[in-house]
Design a protein around this ligand. Structure first.
Ligand SMILES: [Cu+2]
Length: 465
């Protein structure tokens, strides 16, 4: 029998057809595929079972299955993993099948599903299928609906995927530790009718948070609020892949929140509607337009929009501390403090001392100070105009007219048409602006330009109407 690694290499792709595993006897476990890295895998079109439109897991992949007498069988392995958060930082986590989060599981409404869960953690676990209709004994709550799965054992879950929608899976055993260590994954039950609420691109990712000391390698599992790494699918910007779409594509983004706080996720350049929650699809007449959707802890949300504005549009958490990385916390605010001469004096006593923050924190955008091994600058990522000054829960929706249908290759930065980029004003300043910039000193009044009318409404006969 081939090892998991060899099997995966031989399969050559994430989507493994039943034919490739048919030599494995019906009584044996299905092979547990693993993903070698944190790249976004191409959508896995089904080669067996009923048709569906696959999702794209940001910096993730979908788990192959085998058909066994009409039952879709998946093999999840709960195990310690090493996850790269972004180039330059790797973290010891717990996850499934080689990665955190685990692979996305995709099934079709009405599918009979069998999940084998092998526990390779040093302690017991279980797996709960969040939001699903299933027999109570398949709900995965250790102690309540089943015994906890001891280390080294494999348990089997079996149920019909009754309701289409957006779900997740995670342990209901020592959750504080296991979820803090990264144990979670996405689950999509596609509708029986592939044309129901069909979209051109369907992205999924989990929100998670970690507290890893700069230079450390393992999340602190007892942290309750002060996390320093906020992630989309256990990646931080600039490690999060962009969402690549073709102009005028109908786009769905599904997100699930297993952090310790809420996240207002904001999209630039477009309005969207929330079309689904973990409770199901929202009736069209009950939806309203938004540009930010708040995900409470335990929430899943599906948003949809027409990507009709070409460009590079941020998609990010609107909590400003969640769009930056580890180094920014517990630093005193130094704006306005005059450090002149002080830095040199302290440097004689403390050779590594560095003054920062006296003009705001923008100096932190690029790595101007040496970082400990295995951490990331608090804000980073280079764009076409300089540093993007973001980290954490931040990525870019790239809308391009010439992106081929079904193609997810990064087209590079947007090339703005001439005359459509903000530019420096080089003309005359109005008086008020000049006096502000001169620090409040009085300036001679500027004469009003002849061709500019002051925009003041005079009360007319219809005022107060
Ligand atoms: Cu947030």
């Amino acid at each position: 029998m081939v090892s998991r690694r060899e099997f995966f290499k031989n399969a050559g792709a994430l989507a493994v057809s039943a034919g490739l595993v048919s030599k494995v006897g019906a009584a044996s476990l299905p092979e547990a595929a693993i993903a070698p890295g944190a790249a976004t895998a191409a959508p896995a079109h089904p080669q067996t079972g009923r048709p569906f439109n696959p999702v794209v897991t940001l910096n993730g992949w979908s788990l192959p299955w085998r058909m066994n007498n009409g039952v879709k069988e998946f093999h999840l392995v709960a195990e310690p993993v090493v996850r790269e958060l972004a180039p330059g930082m790797k973290v010891n986590m717990w996850g499934y099948n080689g990665q955190s989060p685990g692979p996305t599981i995709e099934v079709v409404e009405g599918d009979r599903v069998r999940i084998f869960l092998t526990n390779k953690l040093p302690e017991h676990t279980s797996v709960h299928f969040h939001g699903q209709r299933l027999p109570n004994g398949m709900d995965g709550v250790s102690g309540l609906t089943q015994p906890a799965i001891p280390a080294g054992k494999t348990y089997v879950y079996e149920f019909e995927a009754r309701r289409p929608g957006t779900f997740m899976y995670h342990p209901h055993a020592d959750e504080m530790v296991q979820i803090a260590m990264g144990m979670m994954g996405f689950w999509v039950t596609h509708p029986k009718n592939p044309n129901f609420m069909k979209v051109d691109r369907d992205f999924v990712f989990m929100l998670s948070n970690f507290d890893v000391a700069p230079g450390g390698y393992t999340p602190k599992v007892n942290t309750m609020l002060d996390f320093n790494l906020f992630t989309f699918n256990s990646r931080v910007f600039p490690g999060i892949d962009p969402l690549i779409v073709r102009q005028n594509d109908k786009v769905r983004i599904r997100m699930g929140n297993l952090t310790m706080t809420n996240h207002p996720i904001h999209l630039h350049g477009h309005e969207f509607e929330v079309t689904g929650t973990d409770g199901g699809w929202i009736r069209p007449e009950a939806r309203w337009p938004e540009v930010t959707v708040d995900l409470a802890v335990g929430h899943m949300r599906a948003i949809e929009f027409m990507a009709n504005e070409p460009g590079d549009w941020p998609l990010h958490c609107h909590k400003s501390h969640h769009a930056m990385n580890a180094m920014g916390h517990n630093v005193p605010t130094m704006i306005g403090v005059d450090h002149k001469g002080l830095g040199e004096k302290i440097a004689k006593l403390v050779p590594d001392y560095m003054v920062m923050g006296e003009r705001g924190m923008a100096d932190m955008e690029s790595m101007q100070m040496p970082l400990p091994e295995n951490t990331l600058p608090m804000m980073s990522g280079q764009g076409p105009f300089g540093s993007i000054a973001m980290g954490g829960m931040f990525t870019v929706l790239k809308v391009r007219p010439d992106q081929k249908p079904g193609n997810y290759k990064d087209p590079g930065w947007y090339k703005h048409p001439a005359g459509t980029v903000a530019y420096e004003w080089k003309g005359e300043m109005p008086a008020a602006t000049r006096s502000n910039s001169a620090g409040g000193q009085s300036m001679p009044p500027a004469s009003k330009p002849k061709d500019v009318e002051l925009n003041v409404r005079k009360p007319g006969p219809h005022s107060g109407h």
